[in-house]
Design a protein around this ligand. Structure first.
Ligand SMILES: Nc1nc2c(ncn2[C@@H]2O[C@H](COP(=O)(O)OP(=O)(O)OP(=O)(O)O)[C@@H](O)[C@H]2O)c(=O)[nH]1
Ligand SMILES: [Mg+2]
Ligand SMILES: [Zn+2]
Length: 295
């Protein structure tokens, strides 16, 4: 049996689950240890013999989202993604550095980003300072920021509309609501999760693997396991700069090319921090991420 144009919906490195054009799932393995590893979202050609299913080819990707593993080596997370949706919520409290990491990743891959502030039913009536700073930044940088809740009347309607026909990946901390959103956008998702557990023999229903779900009206939602951090060692200092245009521009205005932004005269960063033009939290995070990316 030869199948073309099938989709990898879950990958664990040494095997993956492939959905064929009818939606049926097949467990497949790479042909050899040196064969490229398929990732969630890959389109593949595969075939089955008496022993197993095999990945014959990975179709060209429109993009590949990678994050660093525990040693900082890039590892594929998902491919062929139209938009990264960073999910945050009042609880667990947002981590500004983690949000920035996703902004850097999105800029580096040129994948549009949307920040979805979930669980608004739990949000304080006056936004926190951190939320205010995030909102200001998104406005300045043209990052789409939307709010919603599964408990409000319009629920996720505006998320659905704003991302129609797109392949989304939902990312963020554990417990922010990624799987709940997936199930709200894809009514059949929970049935699918049951099928995946049966096929992979894990019998678990928690989000342990990045999983691709087809949307009923086209596109897809990729649910991913919650993270505490996102390593970006494989990106460059200029990737970081692209996510902080105000800071990058200010560093170019410093009088000295090698300004360390400490006590040098005519330092545009220090002036910006003093005037409030540059956000102190953002400045700290830029320094941290520049260090990590070797800049
Ligand atoms: N108050 C409130 N709770 C919500 C909302 N959406 C989801 N939750 C709850 O948030 C908790 C975590 O939701 P999940 O969808 O499992 O979170 P997750 O991001 O998938 O978590 P991981 O899989 O661990 O990364 C669950 O108890 C949900 O019922 C919401 O809009 N409001
Ligand atoms: Mg989940
Ligand atoms: Zn300076």
């Amino acid at each position: 049996m030869d199948e073309t144009g099938s989709r990898v919906i879950v990958s664990s490195g040494n095997h993956c689950l492939v959905a064929d054009s009818s939606g049926a799932l097949h467990r497949c393995h790479p042909r050899s240890r040196r064969a490229p590893r398929p990732v969630c979202g890959d389109r593949v050609d595969w075939s089955a013999d008496a022993t197993a299913g095999w990945i014959d080819a990975i179709r060209p990707r429109t993009n590949l989202i990678e994050r660093g593993d525990f040693r900082g080596r890039p590892r594929g997370l998902a491919a062929n993604i139209d938009r990264i949706v960073v999910v945050i919520a009042p609880q667990p409290a947002p981590d500004a550095l983690l949000i920035d990491r996703y902004i850097v990743l999105g800029e580096a891959l040129r994948i549009p980003l949307l920040i979805w502030c979930h669980k608004q039913d739990l949000a304080p009536s006056t936004p926190t300072g951190a939320m205010h700073a995030l909102r200001t930044r998104c406005e300045r940088q043209g990052i789409v920021l939307m709010t919603g809740s599964l408990l409000s009347d319009d629920g996720l309607a505006h998320l659905r509309t704003a991302t129609r026909h797109e392949a989304l990946i939902l990312v963020g901390q554990s417990g922010v609501g990624k799987s709940s959103i997936t199930q709200a956008l894809i009514p059949t998702a929970s049935r699918r999760i049951g099928e995946i557990s049966a096929t992979s023999g894990q019998g678990r229903h928690t989000t342990s693997a990045t999983t691709w779900f087809e949307r009923p009206d086209g596109g897809a939602v990729v649910d991913s396991p919650g993270v505490r951090t996102l390593r970006l060692d494989h990106l460059s200092a200029s990737d970081v700069d692209a996510a902080y245009p105000e800071i990058a521009a200010a560093t170019r205005r410093c009088r000295f090319n090698d300004c360390r932004h400490g006590h040098e005269p005519a330092c545009a960063i220090r002036q910006g921090l003093e005037s409030g033009e540059i956000d102190a939290g953002q400045w700290q995070r830029w320094q941290r991420l520049r260090e990590e990316t070797g800049g």
